[in-house]
Write a protein that binds this ligand. Structure first.
Ligand code: DQA
Length: 154
């Protein structure tokens, strides 16, 4: 029987954590032509309604070390992490090391298509430690990441 089925039968719901990094607390306000008009809090409510079968949590910080602490906190117990590390994606060796240190799958997410933007956004310091990357689908990137985790754990 698949991991997802066993988890649902014998344990509580699967537990996924969405982590947003710097400046993503300003979604809906910040550079709307790139990131859209909807706050993450509003979108997160929709996601929770869509995925009642999963325990979905959300954490945001503008501070690199706090993002690392959060990855450590859940990285041995939860079923998966969906991480939009914002600009730290392109700079943070420490975040990549944190992802490599834990033993649950992490999906790198970006709202915008970073490959169609400035050259410094083409580099990811975390991608090599993640299960995969989803970028360019607006807030829907997070939903696609949930689907990717579910199909990976199936
Ligand atoms: C982003 C892309 C990053 O380059 C940028 O620094 C962000 C948001 C995205 O979701 O498209 O803050 O991660």
């Amino acid at each position: 029987m698949c991991y997802l089925c066993l988890t649902l039968i014998f344990f509580d719901k699967m537990n996924f954590l969405i982590i947003n990094g710097p400046n993503l607390n300003l979604l809906g306000v910040r550079e709307k032509s790139i990131y859209g008009e909807v706050s993450f809090e509003k979108y997160f409510e929709e996601l929770k309604m869509m995925y009642g079968k999963i325990k979905l949590e959300y954490y945001q910080s503008n501070i690199e070390g706090e993002l690392i602490n959060e990855i450590h906190r859940v990285g041995f117990d939860y079923d998966g992490i969906i991480l939009n590390a914002g600009a730290y994606t392109h700079t943070s060796v420490a975040l990549g090391d944190a992802i490599a240190a834990v033993n649950i799958p992490v999906i790198e997410v970006h709202i915008s298509n970073v490959h169609r933007r400035e050259g410094f956004r083409w580099t990811t310091m975390i991608g090599k430690d993640c299960l995969g990357t989803i970028a360019g689908f607006g807030l829907n990137s997070y939903k696609l990441a949930i689907e990717a985790l579910l199909s990976h754990l199936d």
